[in-house]
Design a protein around this ligand. Structure first.
Ligand code: ADP
Ligand code: MG
Length: 234
């Protein structure tokens, strides 16, 4: 079968913090219907790449394309509007808003601002029961990660960027997360997952890229990449 066109593309992406080069020419395709994973040791530049794709960090060089459109200079909120949704490694929900309110804000900021989509997402992530009207501040990490994911999904994104979605989750929560992410990919969403949990990556990813010192140093299917010495423990 023909390779689908990438939803989001990085070409020659560079990022610097002062004089320090954190991304040193990254080429990446994020494809609809697939889970693309980035692994690599702490400090490799995974979150920096993520910030450049999401629009919260301005690259020092290179280009980012959404489909054929150059979005390198678009701010984060405009990218969200065009269908690039993200979650944060450090959780970022509105603590004083309820679960449902957080998810509805996500819908309003998204590609298709639709309250019905927010309600569907609340059901999909089983946040429509007693959790629905609780303030986010009261919730444990695993539930907050679910709220964040729901907030990102409520805007019907074409591209979903996830930075360490399994951090702080227990085994049952990881299983539930895996099921949801696989279903999203099967529906045609393009997923990028930055993740330390290599078991999760092996289970979830269609293609894995290994980053070290701001470069992608190995790429391939998980059974190939994770068996090599590149799969450095975080
Ligand atoms: P990873 O997510 O792979 O652990 P990061 O992208 O967070 O890596 O960081 C890549 C490198 O950039 C690290 O050396 C880190 O110390 C540095 N770095 C990250 N954020 C900043 C910042 N805001 N200011 C200066 N250096 C930073
Ligand atoms: Mg990181």
């Amino acid at each position: 079968p023909q390779e689908p066109a990438p939803a989001l593309t990085a070409r020659g992406l560079k990022a610097r913090y002062g004089g320090f080069t954190a991304l040193d020419g990254v080429d990446l395709d994020i494809t609809p219907g697939r889970v693309t994973a980035i692994i690599g040791p702490n400090g490799a530049g995974k979150s920096t790449l993520f910030h450049c794709l999401a629009g919260t960090l301005r690259p020092a060089g290179g280009r980012i394309l959404l489909g054929a459109r150059d979005i390198t200079r678009l701010p984060a909120h405009a990218r969200t509007r065009l269908g690039i949704a993200r979650t944060f490694q450090q959780l970022a929900v509105f603590p004083s808003l309820t679960v449902a309110e957080n998810v509805h804000v996500g819908a309003e900021q998204g590609r298709l601002p639709d309250p019905a989509a927010a309600e569907r997402t609340l059901r999909l992530l089983t946040l429509d029961g007693p959790l629905r009207d609780l303030p986010a501040a009261a919730l444990p990490t695993g539930t907050l990660r679910r709220v964040e994911l729901a907030r990102a999904l409520a805007g019907s994104p074409r591209v979903l960027l996830l930075d360490e979605p399994a951090a702080g989750l227990d085994t049952a929560e990881v299983t539930a997360l895996t099921r949801v992410l696989k279903a999203l990919a099967a529906d045609g969403t393009a997923l990028l997952v930055v993740e330390h949990d290599l078991d999760l990556v092996a289970d979830l990813a269609d293609v894995v890229h290994v980053m070290t010192a701001g470069r992608i140093v190995a790429s391939g299917p998980p059974d190939h990449v994770l068996d090599t010495a590149w799969a450095v423990a975080p």
